[in-house]
Write a protein that binds this ligand. Sequence first.
Ligand code: HEC
Length: 405
Amino acid sequence: MRRIPQMVIFSGILIFAGLFTGVGGSRSTTGQASASSKALNPCAPPNHMLSSPDKTAWGLLIAATCPVNNNQYPYVTWENWIEQNQMYPPDPDNGLTIPSSLAVANGTTHALHGSPLALLKSASLATTVKGLLGAADQDCNIAADPPNGESTLVICEEVRENGATQDYIAGDGLWNRSGQIPAAASESGIEFPGPAIELKVDWIELASLGYDCNNLPSSLQTGIHIETINGNCYALAGIGLMSKLLNNWIWATWEPQNSITNPNRCQVLGCSDDFGSNPLRTHGANTNLTPQLIALMDSANLAPEWRNYRLDGVQVRFVDADGKPTLLGNSITEAENAGIPLKQSSCISCHAVSSIENDSTDGITLLNSNPVGKPQLLPSRAWSRRDFVWSLSEACPGSPFQNCD
Ligand code: HEC
């Protein structure tokens, strides 16, 4: 509403003027870029690649994090998206009923779960966080590879799928395994639409680190998104995003700058962000936001804590210009929670393995290492890929990730 046409024209003139007076040289520090970001509605996700993958990733995350309610769940836009558990009914014979966004947003359905990836490797990591004051218990898991001295670290996860993702899974019958087989094997294959976005969010259960929501140290009171869910206190420590704006998706991941929750942020692979971080590359030191990212966050009205989240990096290809595998992983989601050594973590290569055999065997059975680099071949023509989407493994009957009826 604030972005009236006059403003768009106004910033258009600024850009135009910038081109002709030559101020465009230092994009990150002049007002030019912030003027151009204001020209877009920051709460509408970009529908094409922007000038860099890092800028595009920020545009996608910020639109998803636009405020909904200040003081109650759902706080941000993605909390109104469907959770993957709601997309894959345990008994496909009963059909698919997607809850309305009202029911998705209702506190009782802010259900978290363990990391299917962590539990697949080690089912004994499963744990339950007891609901307080009559609220339901949450199934979570003990982190597979926690930092020193945190052997009881409990992490809970959720996966949110935006409207475009939801519509495609529902409309193409991918929510049940028998629908997936012909769709994957068809000539057009499984191919999500450009606006499809999925988010995987990792929450640290703060009691497992000895903290309590009513008595948080100052370092946990600001600069990290905290929620009380079913009576328990959680800190949002990792966000992974995939967006279908590119054929092989854009892969991006963020963490808060917080030494209690994210002590290993950027330590192993380094972090790199040509849009939002000053300095651009780091190995764990805190960074400042660039003026252009601050302007984008201001225009989207983001709550203050989100301004302390940093992009670890973005991945858009399997290998770099020298043919070496590209790597990306979050110190919480992939490393601590799922136990993947970050030097073996490639979002795009691991997700490329998502596939299904025509006898309904799930491609997760092919994932017996941490693949990096060019996509590995499927075993035979009986197998078809599923467009990098691992949540399709949730489909019943016979899901490796959930107990089907
Ligand atoms: C070694 C394999 C592996 C790596 C590396 C990996 N993932 Fe995943 N990812 C999975 C599996 C398996 C799932 C499904 C189960 C789950 O939710 O954990 C998944 C789920 C997801 C989802 C939920 C949506 C979906 O349907 O797939 C997102 C989003 C996601 N990953 C993003 C990322 C990003 C971003 C990275 C890199 C920073 C990454 N993943 C690295 C295996 C991997």
